[in-house]
Design a binder for this molecule. Sequence first.
Ligand SMILES: Nc1nc2c(ncn2[C@@H]2O[C@H](COP(=O)(O)OP(=O)(O)OP(=O)(O)O)[C@@H](O)[C@H]2O)c(=O)[nH]1
Ligand SMILES: [Mg+2]
Length: 306
Amino acid sequence: MNNGKKGFFAKLKEGLAKTKKNLTEQIEGIIFQYKKIDDDFLDELEEILITSDMGVETTMDIIDYIKEETKKRKLEDTLEIKNVIKEYLVNILEEHQVPEVTDKQRVILIVGVNGVGKTTSIGKISYRLKQAGNKVIVAAADTFRAAAVEQLKEWCNKAGVDIVASEQGSDPGAVVFDAIQATKARKADILICDTAGRLHNKKNLMNELSKIFKILDKEFSEAHIDVYLVIDATTGQNGIVQAKLFKEACNINGLILTKLDGTAKGGIAFPIVNELKIPIKYVGVGEKIDDLQDFNAQDFVDAIFE
Ligand SMILES: Nc1nc2c(ncn2[C@@H]2O[C@H](COP(=O)(O)OP(=O)(O)OP(=O)(O)O)[C@@H](O)[C@H]2O)c(=O)[nH]1
Ligand SMILES: [Mg+2]
């Protein structure tokens, strides 16, 4: 492990401290209380998982896996359970991961309800991708909220990337159109589009997003398009409801989980991935420009359980 990586892991661990307290300390409690794996132990474990935002469906999957593995490996001691749980949780998070496309120009469309951290995440992602050697352009396609453009401009300044913007109330599709032309003309590697979160209902949301998709399709069909949904981890189970709604409205292929530093509900990562079958791409662990990390399933689980 080099220093950069170590620093990242320490930050992730710090960000997930509340989740760890909620989940791991309780599990360790029953591990020492029961000593032997039996039905009572499994019942208690089930209750801890359900109340820690894992959700019923995912909890049942975990318990089933533990039962199977306990039999297969002839496990008796509760001390052995922690590794079995960790193993399964890493599997859940890794199952849907795919490598990032790097052989053509990319568009990353950032969607999500208001206040979840879209604009902030765009600032952090732009910074990361630029540090990694990419030429990045950002499109201010949230033209709905006053001050949205100013906020994004500040982030782009900090990240040192170009922004394409228009005034508040203008057509987001037109902003995306201009940004595509700029991306082509300046031969940028990645175009990241901010979008409005405050669109009252699903129909408005779908209309707005489908306009943007049409323009991307027509003007930039040679590019690879990623659609990342931002979810605020502090909202717990509501994050799953939002994810289901957005999945119906558009083809989300990645998730960004924010505000892990302020919540004990980081366990929400597991049911979201397990139920929606969409991989997490980034996690946000604070409000500063470097408080975002590429998602790594093993690190995430280690940060909660170590
Ligand atoms: N603690 C913490 N705060 C965050 C994180 N990500 C975003 N925030 C804060 O969440 C608030 C909302 O962030 P925005 O980026 O404006 O959210 P948005 O989704 O763009 O909001 P709208 O444009 O209104 O839809 C800001 O105060 C951010 O600083 C994070 O990972 N950790
Ligand atoms: Mg915003």
